[in-house]
Design a protein around this ligand. Structure first.
Ligand SMILES: Nc1ncnc2c1ncn2[C@@H]1O[C@H](COP(=O)(O)OP(=O)(O)O)[C@@H](O)[C@H]1O
Ligand SMILES: [Mg+2]
Length: 448
């Protein structure tokens, strides 16, 4: 196979290089230890003829593009319709993708973005952070989107006009004098040569300013017969005032039919966050809740990339993998990645999965669960452990207090802290649940 040959060539190259450098040194010992080190490497390559670690296609990791985007056809089709309707000037609700961590929201948002780019739309993306105003990030994202459209615009002065408004918008959020220390370090450096405009999108009131900025951006897009899509990841972290401004701006835009849409992704309580801020948000956005992959999609996520490398799985292996990963896309990628490296041969068998599972689990324990657990304070950890003891469904906060033998009110700081850190969420009043799938199971397995 091509890659094997290439790998073998690499090894040979390394050997020649090794031979060269032995010339200057005590020869025999150098060379012997060189081959001793090389042998395990060579054996691995020769043994795994068909399951070459170099060609491992799987991609566990936040926002990592999967080798096969499985089970999301419905959402992709819905977004296609959104784009088409906006392009035709039809009133259209925008889309918001919600779901637990690791189900593939970021990946789906990026796929949406590619679809918009294919239609020659201008696009930009922000990742919201708690306590950070969206003014600057939105300015940068729209700057990017308009830069994508600019080369096709016939009137450069219209672009310059917009950039002047954009600059004014960004600077309207700055403290007088440019702030100090850290704030100054974050001063917006957009590289926009034109002077900031006056009297548009610069009032300092984000709702007014965003609305004006969106309207102007949309009209630039109209000029080139395209649209603009602004993607907002981790949307539940947009500060409350900014959420309300963002909804109001989208509302305004949906009424005048401008071709600009805001597409969001966030945790399951995002719809609640939005409707608490503006009651009409339910009519503004189409919510797509994404979840674990069903069995067929999970199999496709595993098989399609493997078969492109002439590797396959036995049916029992697929059963075992579905049992272990439970259809959660992150887990599917994580298990498959390790199994591939462990398997000596194609087809990959249930036994290979048995061998690989402990390593996959310990990688998840560190990278997926542990990294999040470590963000919690000791009080917050107690709170989560109590939640875990109560099972895997959303639990009443009162029951958590009971479990800890504390008054519910005394636990509010821990609960709020965990919500802010995105470790738990509250989709319904009085109930809390983990944002991370299998987190309860992970906690229950930890020594106290
Ligand atoms: N539809 C899918 N099919 C297969 N793997 C996927 C799919 N969606 C996401 N993944 C994988 O799942 C992992 C988590 O995706 P990500 O978009 O970061 O999740 P989220 O943003 O919801 O936390 C990544 O490793 C990605 O490659
Ligand atoms: Mg994400």
């Amino acid at each position: 196979m091509a890659t094997i040959t290439a790998s073998a060539r690499d090894v040979r190259g390394a050997r020649d290089a090794g031979a060269r450098c032995t010339r200057r040194a005590p020869r025999a010992t150098r060379r012997m230890s060189f081959y001793a080190n090389l042998r395990p490497q060579l054996y691995r390559l020769i043994e795994s003829e068909s399951v070459d670690p170099v060609r491992n296609p799987y991609a566990p990791g936040a926002g990592q593009r999967p080798p096969e985007l499985a089970g999301r056809d419905r959402e992709l089709q819905q977004f296609e319709v959104v784009l088409e309707r906006v392009a035709r000037g039809r009133p259209e609700r925008s889309m918001i993708v919600t779901g637990l961590r690791g189900v593939g929201k970021t990946v789906l948002l990026n796929a949406f973005r590619s679809m918009a780019i294919q239609r020659l739309w201008g696009t930009g993306k922000i990742e919201a952070r708690p306590d950070q105003s969206i003014r600057r990030p939105v300015a940068s994202a729209l700057h990017r989107a308009v830069r994508e459209l600019a080369p096709r615009h016939r009137a450069p002065d219209r672009i310059e006009e917009f950039l002047g408004v954009l600059k004014a918008f960004a600077q309207a959020g700055e403290e007088p004098g440019g702030g100090r220390g850290k704030a100054r370090a974050h001063r917006w450096q957009p590289g926009i040569d034109v002077p900031a405009a006056r009297g548009r999108a610069d009032s300092g009131d984000l709702e007014i300013d965003l609305t004006e900025l969106f309207v102007d951006a949309a009209s630039v897009a109209t000029d080139v017969g395209a649209g603009i899509a602004l993607f907002v990841d981790e949307m539940q972290d947009v500060p409350a005032d900014d959420v309300s401004a963002l909804c109001a701006a989208c509302h305004e835009l949906s009424q005048n039919g401008g071709p600009l849409i805001v597409v969001g992704a966030g945790l399951p309580h995002l719809p609640a966050v939005l409707s608490a801020s503006k009651s009409y948000s339910e009519r503004l956005f189409r919510y797509a809740r994404i979840d674990r992959l069903d069995r067929e999609s999970a199999d496709i996520a595993l098989l399609a990339p493997a078969e492109r490398e002439d590797v396959t799985f036995t049916p029992e292996a697929l059963d075992a993998l579905y049992g272990a990963a439970d259809g959660y896309p992150y887990f599917v990628q994580a298990y498959a990645k390790v199994v591939w490296d462990v398997a000596p041969d194609s087809p990959i068998t249930a036994d290979d999965i048995k061998v690989a599972a402990p390593e996959a689990e310990s990688e998840l324990a560190v990278g997926f669960f542990g990294s999040r657990y470590e963000r919690a304070t000791p009080a917050e950890r107690d709170y989560m452990r109590a939640m875990a003891m109560l099972g895997d469904d959303p639990v009443p906060t009162a029951a958590v207090a009971d479990e800890l033998g504390r008054k519910p009110s005394s636990l509010s700081p821990a609960r709020d802290g965990l919500i802010k850190k995105g470790l738990i969420y509250s989709a319904e009043r009085g109930l809390v649940a983990f944002t991370v799938p299998h987190f309860g199971k992970f906690l229950r397995a930890q020594p106290v």
